[in-house]
Design a protein around this ligand. Sequence first.
Ligand SMILES: [Mg+2]
Length: 359
Amino acid sequence: MKITAVDTCVLTIPTRHQMALQFPHHKFVVAEVSTDAGVRGMGYSQVFNGGGAEAVHAYLETRLKPALLGEDPTYVERLWEKMFRVDMGIKKQGVAAYALSAADIALWDLVAKAAKLPLHKLWGAHTDVVPCYGSGGWGKYTEKDLIAEAERYAAQGVKYYKMKIHDPDLKGNRKRVEAVHRALGGKMRMMVDVNQRLDVLTTLRQAALLEEFDLVWYEEPVLADDFSALQQVAEKIKIPIATGENNFTRWEFRDLIERRGATFLMPDVCRANGYSETMRIGRLAAAHQLQVSPHVAHEISLPVVGALANGFLVEYMDWHPDDLFEETPQCRDGAFRIGDRPGHGIAITREALRRYRTT
Ligand SMILES: [Mg+2]
């Protein structure tokens, strides 16, 4: 089997619900890989709020596509190495990592379709039922918005709710968390997300104000680049740390693990150099008693958690328009069931490819 075409584009997809208060749209950088055997694979990188998506697309189109054309797509490991090393002067972090991720996701989708297996089974499945946490809780929400969103997830049987703590007033954040916690009355456990906004001293003061709420985790407590700061936080904080959505390779995760920086690792399949590298990170985490909870893009993260014994939760963020995917995975009783559809199970509708295409 040979790769005969790699078609790429950028989709600008409007958000819905209250998320539009914060982000009017997200962008997908899409790669569709075709072969002489007629089998195709589709991958995408979800660029939150869209920033830099055109640069991701340019790198994919000009550097990774030529590396794939004419190759046998079943040699995913070799092709990952080829793409990773195509420009040794450009680290596969940020823009280049998003581009490689889209291509790698497409290759795995293709290989699983050729094998007529859902991807988690191609990898040796652990489970078909993947629990999730409800995510959102944006800074621009009112307390009423937060509670309404948490209740919507609770109505789908979801057992966990994550909200942002973005108020510069630390006590203001505590007040919002307390309001949601009280409204939920124990039916959901909560997580909070700092999104890298605080320094070591301030994040420790913030965490101390939240100890009584039995939080599952405290996320991205400091700048993701600063492992030394993360280690300082981890040594003193009483709440388990989750981090990793802005870390890109097995080597970054190894360094994070060696510093005992987190209890929950959150690689993003669209950022961390695709499924290939995310699965390597997942195995590395297993060797250190750490759980993996992939960052956003829950629909294409299901195979990862379905294949890892140390997979924990996917991040369910209910923002997709109804016409985006052929079959949108549905949450029931707080979990997604992985079906028998070969590949990663997600297809973008032809209509959405026309309607949302901007590049
Ligand atoms: Mg986060």
